[in-house]
Design a protein around this ligand. Sequence first.
Ligand SMILES: Nc1nc2c(ncn2[C@@H]2O[C@H](COP(=O)(O)OP(=O)(O)OP(=O)(O)O)[C@@H](O)[C@H]2O)c(=O)[nH]1
Ligand SMILES: [Mg+2]
Length: 233
Amino acid sequence: MKPDGKVVLLGDMNVGKTSLLHRYMERRFADTVSTVGGAFYLKQWGPHNISVWDTAGREQFHGLGSMYCRGAAAVILTYDVTNLQSMVELEDRFLALTDTASTDCIFAIVGNKVDLTDACAFLHEAEHNNQSEKSNNSFISAKMKKQVHADDAIALYKKILKYKMLDEKNVPAAEKMCFETSAKTGYNVDCLFETVFEMVVPLILQQKAEGLPQTVDLNSYKTTKNTQFVCCR
Ligand SMILES: Nc1nc2c(ncn2[C@@H]2O[C@H](COP(=O)(O)OP(=O)(O)OP(=O)(O)O)[C@@H](O)[C@H]2O)c(=O)[nH]1
Ligand SMILES: [Mg+2]
């Protein structure tokens, strides 16, 4: 089955790319091993099949990144809210990899592991799972310092627009495309992927429409041939 569109997760090692994708597709949080190369899931979204690529954040696999991004309809740039360096790397190391993506590529910026810093994300699972013994008190004792804030993600989004020479008026608003998630509790994970898939649909339709003239060319070529055949007889 040929996918209709491609979404790629990029970001430093250990930020939780594999965990986010696993949470969304398998509906759970499991132990992961650091990704080697890349892997993809196929997601059926209405009549479309979207491939969602998980890439390796390790430096040694960096060269593969632009290959995975080739023709991507959306790129999800992921950082860890407890690790400032992971945000710095997005701009320094990962943004340039998206040069091979579609010119209309949609960007989302995701701060993961927010369960470690924000009570609402930590308690998220508790709302949906009565067996959970989580409490606000256990959160307060475990809380970590948030090193990257939502404003920093919005600033990066605006830098990306500049880098891509895109006009803010023609792209989704920064506030809509910057997310804070927890693969561990599931907080905001569905919202992230569903927002991205919704936005990718018009692009898929456009790519399909652009593919149409080729089909027409092929048919007219056949017709010409047939006509010639008739003439020769
Ligand atoms: N607390 C918390 N831990 C998380 C979360 N997401 C991932 N982790 C943990 O962070 C570590 C790295 O997660 P991965 O999903 O393997 O990270 P990755 O970005 O795929 O890393 P690479 O494959 O090396 O690029 C694992 O120990 C996960 O259990 C989260 O939302 N909250
Ligand atoms: Mg991984």
